[in-house]
Design a protein around this ligand. Sequence first.
Ligand code: ADP
Ligand code: ZN
Length: 210
Amino acid sequence: MRLILLGAPGAGKGTQAEVICNTLNIPAISTGNILREAKANKTPLGLEAASYMDSGKLVPDEVVINILKERLKEDDCKNGFILDGFPRTVPQAEALDQMGVEIDRVVDLEVPDEKIMARLSGRRVCEKCGSSYHVLYKPTKVEGVCDRCGGKTVQRKDDAPETIRERLEVYHAQTEPLKDYYKKTGKLVVVEGQEEVADTTALTLKAVEA
Ligand code: ADP
Ligand code: ZN
């Protein structure tokens, strides 16, 4: 099964990707995570990507396309994969087609902008293991400490309010056109994000397994 998860930043793509990954036993590939890791390790790629990421802009297409090309060559992608955060522009989707990658389904996670603002501005992530929390909706048991690994939870730099607005604008302008792109191929399934994560998960699994 080759899947794409579409949706605004903070729509919950990462959470849903993890559930599908565990259910179908295929890897979840997040270009955002790959880029953040490169940034943390200060590799040439990370240094190039950092200023785009921190200001809420997209990293140039050719850079992310190359990352993805390399990642898909790895062995664990043989039986399928979930793409979380790629493609994010029409040229990226076209590149995927040109690579000969046949996508089975595209799940579009819909969450209104007001909810996105609330979710992202209260989001905290563990520095160590990447677990995601929310100060109101999903607080850690001890403030600032990851429940899972004891690491420190911090606010992502691009979760600052001005940057969230920029990311949403970029999403509407550059990523949202992909809904039409995949609607035309008949692959698109829309999932409305629910208040409870478990309810969204049930809908996503239904969309994927149907
Ligand atoms: P979110 O979905 O929460 O915005 P991601 O972790 O998917 O976050 O991405 C974080 C940042 O990494 C993006 O704002 C962008 O700068 C960069 N990025 C990730 N994936 C792509 C992509 N496919 N194309 C361009 N930039 C990307
Ligand atoms: Zn942790």
